[in-house]
Design a protein around this ligand. Structure first.
Ligand code: G3I
Length: 371
């Protein structure tokens, strides 16, 4: 009797373990890559649990900050490759598809990029040449090892006009075309993407569709549009998100969900412009001590609604990447208010997998079985 009981317990434990072993990496296989943004602590294995979660649960990685212009190219003739080299090697070693983020962005870029020795704006020719050198150095260093690059990040305002960045002020909208040309020259086989937030905003989505058409008409390679998908509990709506997918799909454009997270916190702002900043107050940080079960369930539903939509459009969505591994490390704890505690990604403050992951796995498996 005792033996039968012990045997049943063992079988139960083994089957529970098997359920626990299922990963989003496996469940989404064949539909889209399932990625995560990582930082150097994770690449270096500072907390081995985090590193293991990345290599086990995901099929793709993107560097949250490592490859941006500021850290990789802090001064005109100085490149810092150590972290980026380790990041790419980490992806290869663990059989993770590696995406580069990002070549040209108005943020996290050294001021030197735009000025001469007197601090005056450089000429269009000099800025174009600096762009060429930067893009060529970074892309050619990892040639053949990176599947694709976010070539230009966030060139539009939400109303669909061009952001008046230094790139735009000095070179006009052609800076985007140049960036795509330089990236393609440096690695002709790499995929090239345009990436932005609030792509669900109709005017912005229209502007992006128009940009892709213009780039293609100019003979540029562009493989997909990255929709960052930094979301809140009420915005964007599911309808607005689907409308943006439909618009891109109808225009023959592939989509990447590049920076997915759903903030649970009240927000004075619904963009992802990193310069936005508001004062801390306790009432704007309601889940410091924990997230009540009912609120977790609302968040789960919102995540599953969106994930269902990603699956529905998986014929044109090539990758879904979550922006950060755990609630401890999320950028949203410091944006747009510093020092809060958010709940936007798939692993919680104790590195535990949230219940929503099982829901996503079931949804993906169900979707595949009905195809
Ligand atoms: O590395 C320094 C460190 O030396 C210093 O001690 C510390 C003090 O604050 O700052 C560290 O730099 C921070 C950096 O992240 C690395 O942790 C910057 O202050 C901080 O502003 C920066 O934030 C990043 C943000 O981009 C700004 O570039 C976030 O981690 C990153 O998640 C976020 O990612 C962007 C995407 O690239 C583009 N789309 C929007 C998205 C969210 O803003």
């Amino acid at each position: 009797m005792k033996t039968i009981f012990a045997l049943s317990v063992l079988i139960l434990m083994a089957s529970l373990d098997t359920i626990g072993q299922k990963t989003l990496r496996e469940a989404t296989k064949g539909e889209f890559l399932f990625g995560v943004a990582v930082n150097m602590k994770q690449v270096n294995g500072v907390n081995p649990i985090e590193t293991e979660l990345i290599t086990k649960e995901f099929s793709a990685i993107v560097p949250e900050n490592i490859m941006k212009p500021q850290p990789i190219h802090p001064e005109e003739n100085k490149y810092k490759w150590d972290d980026a080299d380790k990041f790419v090697a980490f992806g290869e070693k663990n059989n993770l598809t590696v995406t580069g983020h990002c070549l040209i962005w108005h943020s996290q870029i050294g001021k030197w990029f735009f000025v001469d020795e007197n601090g005056k704006d450089v000429s269009p020719e000099i800025l174009k040449e600096r762009m060429r050198q930067h893009i060529n150095a970074v892309v050619s260093r990892y040639k053949g090892r990176i599947k694709g690059w976010d070539v230009v990040n966030e060139a539009f305002e939400d109303n669909g006009t061009y952001r008046k960045s230094k790139f735009y002020q000095i070179l006009g909208k052609d800076f985007i075309k140049y960036a795509f040309q330089f990236a393609h020259e440096a690695d002709p086989n790499a995929e090239l993407y345009y990436n932005d937030y609030n792509v669900e905003t109709p005017a912005k989505c229209d502007a992006i569709v128009q940009l892709v058409k213009e780039l293609k008409a100019d003979g540029c390679r562009i493989d997909a549009v990255g929709s960052q998908a930094h979301m809140h509990m009420n915005s964007p709506t599911l309808d607005a998100t689907e409308t943006s997918f439909k618009k891109l799909k109808t225009a023959g454009i592939h989509i990447l969900i590049t920076e997915w997270d759903i903030s649970i916190l009240p927000s004075p702002y619904d963009g992802a412009n990193v310069s936005a900043n508001f004062d801390y107050s306790r009432e704007m940080d309601p889940y410091r001590e924990g997230v009540p079960e009912a609120v977790q369930q609302q968040w789960n539903k919102r995540m599953l609604d969106m994930f269902g939509l990603f699956l529905k459009y998986s014929d044109v969505i090539d990758r879904v990447t979550v922006w950060g591994l755990t609630d401890n490390g999320t950028w949203l704890n410091n944006f747009p208010i510093r020092g809060r505690k958010d709940y936007p990604v798939l692993f919680d403050r104790n590195n535990q997998r949230k219940s929503v992951v099982d829901g996503m796995i079931k949804m993906a498996e169900n979707y595949k079985s009905k195809k």
